[in-house]
Design a binder for this molecule. Structure first.
Ligand SMILES: NC(=O)c1ccc[n+]([C@@H]2O[C@H](COP(=O)([O-])OP(=O)(O)OC[C@H]3O[C@@H](n4cnc5c(N)ncnc54)[C@H](OP(=O)(O)O)[C@@H]3O)[C@@H](O)[C@H]2O)c1
Length: 356
C-alpha cells in the first residue's frame, strides 16, 4: 500500500500509545473538528488510564489485558486491533522502536495509513517508512503517502533553522556543525536523571536531517546532560567568504512559523516555566527559540544557539503531516489551520515580549 484511500466524511484517527507524545497528540487532535477521534491505546493499567478516561478519550487495550484494566475499575472501549480497524489513520506514539511491529502486525495487514515518531528507523531491516517529514522542507512530498515518519524534536528543530538560511544564503553556506545538548528525561518521566554528561557515538540526527536536506554539508554531535527542561543546539555555520551580519541572520527568522527570537532568557528552565505560567497546554511552547544575545558572527562563521521544546515541538508537526497525507492541503492553508489549533503565532509573540 503506497497511497491512502479514504471514504467520505471526517478522518478517523487513533493514537497508538499514550506516553509523553501520545498524551499531547490526544489533547490537540481530539480538539480538531475535522477529525473523528477514535481514542487512545493503553498497554499498562496505570494511573494514566484514569487521566485518559477523565479526558473523555475512549481507551483501547490489548485483548489479553482487558481483565487487568477491568479489575482496576477502568472502562475500556475494545481492543487495539478493533480501534485500528475503525480508523483511517493511526498516529503511532509507541516507545522508540515499537512502531515497526505495529506496522507489521496491525497497519499493513489492515491496510491503514500511519504516522510514526522520530524514534523509529528510516533505513535498514526495521525501517517503517521511506520518508521523514519536516513541515518547513518537504511538507508537499507527504501528500497521499501511507507511511511517514515525523522527524524527532531535534531533527524538526534543525530543519526549522537550516531551511530559511538555505533559502536566503544558499550556495554561500559551506558547512554546518551542530552540537545537540539534549535533556536526559522529560518532566513527566519517572526515571532518574543521572549526574553525568553522556555522548552518542553515532547520532541518528545527522542522517535524519539529510533525508530531507540531502545536500547539506552537515556534521552532528550529540550529548545528554542532567536536565529535564529542553534541548539546546549550537549550530556553527561556515560561509564562503564573509558571513552575513547578525541583523540579516535574525531577519531570516522574524516571520518563521514556530521560531521565536528571544533576547534575555538565560537558560532553558525559565522558558519552560514561563510556558507553564502563561498556561500553554502541557507547558509546551511547540517551537524553537533563537537566543539572540549569544548569536555571534566572526569572519566566515555564524554561531546560532537555540533551545528546542522537546515534547511540544513535534505535536504541531504531526498535525501538519496529517493535513498533507490526508487532505493534500497547500502548506500555507495547513499552517493557518495548525496555528488556529495551537495558537503558535500568539505564543511566539508572548514569549518574544516576555524575553525581549
Ligand atoms: N519525549 C520526547 O520529547 C519526544 C520528542 C519527539 C519524539 N519522540 C518520539 O516519540 C515516540 C514516543 O516517545 P514518548 O516520549 O512519548 O515515549 P514514552 O513516554 O515512553 O511513551 C511510550 C508509550 O508507548 C506505549 N506502548 C507500549 N507498547 C506499545 C506498543 N506496542 N505500541 C504502541 N505504544 C506502546 C506505552 O504505553 P503504556 O504507558 O500504556 O505502557 C507508553 O505510553 C518515540 O519514538 C520518541 O523517540 C519523543
Amino acid at each position: 500500500m503506497s497511497t491512502i484511500y479514504l471514504g467520505i466524511g471526517l478522518v478517523k484517527v487513533f493514537i497508538n500509545g499514550y506516553g509523553n507524545i501520545g498524551r499531547r497528540l490526544s489533547t490537540s487532535l481530539s480538539a480538531d473538528k475535522e477529525i473523528q477521534f477514535i481514542g487512545i491505546a493503553k498497554y499498562t493499567a496505570d494511573d494514566r488510564t484514569k487521566e485518559a478516561l477523565e479526558n473523555n478519550f475512549d481507551v483501547y487495550v490489548q485483548n489479553e489485558m482487558v481483565g487487568q484494566f477491568k479489575e482496576k475499575g477502568y472502562n475500556t472501549s475494545g481492543t487495539i486491533s478493533e480501534a485500528v480497524q475503525k480508523s483511517d489513520l493511526v498516529v503511532d506514539a509507541a516507545k522508540e522502536g515499537g512502531g515497526f511491529n505495529n506496522k507489521k502486525n496491525l497497519y499493513e495487514p489492515m491496510k491503514k495509513a500511519a504516522i510514526f515518531q522520530g524514534g523509529e528507523d528510516r533505513h535498514g531491516e526495521f525501517s517503517v517508512a521511506d520518508m521523514i517529514h519536516n513541515s518547513r522542507v518537504n511538507y508537499d512530498n507527504a501528500a497521499g503517502k501511507a507511511f511517514v515518519i515525523q522527524g524527532s524534536c531535534n531533527v524538526s528543530g534543525m530543519g526549522r533553522i537550516m531551511q530559511p538560511l538555505i533559502e536566503k544564503f544558499g550556495d554561500q553556506i559551506r558547512r554546518y556543525d551542530v552540537t545537540l545538548i539534549r535533556r536526559s528525561a522529560d518532566l513527566e518521566d519517572s526515571k532518574e536523571v543521572r549526574d553525568s554528561i553522556e555522548w552518542d557515538k553515532n547520532p541518528h540526527h545527522q542522517d535524519d536531517v539529510k533525508d530531507f536536506i540531502p545536500n547539506a554539508n552537515l556534521y552532528v554531535d550529540a550529548y545528554k546532560v542532567p536536565s529535564r527542561m529542553m534541548h539546546l543546539h549550537q549550530m556553527v555555520i561556515r560561509f564562503d567568504g564573509k558571513a552575513p551580519s547578525k541583523d540579516r541572520i535574525i531577519e531570516s527568522f522574524r516571520n518563521e512559523f514556530g521560531v521565536a527570537v528571544l533576547n534575555s532568557a538565560k537558560g532553558t528552565a525559565v522558558i519552560r516555566k514561563k510556558a507553564m505560567d502563561l498556561g500553554f497546554q502541557h507547558g509546551d511552547t511547540n517551537m524553537v527559540h533563537i537566543h539572540q544575545e549569544v548569536l555571534r558572527v566572526q569572519d566566515d562563521t555564524v554561531k546560532i544557539s537555540y533551545s528546542d521544546d522537546q515534547t511540544g515541538m513535534v505535536i504541531p508537526e504531526n498535525h501538519l503531516l496529517i493535513q498533507s497525507m490526508i487532505y493534500k492541503r497547500p502548506r500555507n492553508d495547513a499552517i493557518k489551520k495548525t496555528d488556529s489549533l495551537f495558537q503558535m503565532a500568539k505564543k511566539k509573540k508572548m514569549l518574544e515580549e516576555e524575553f525581549k
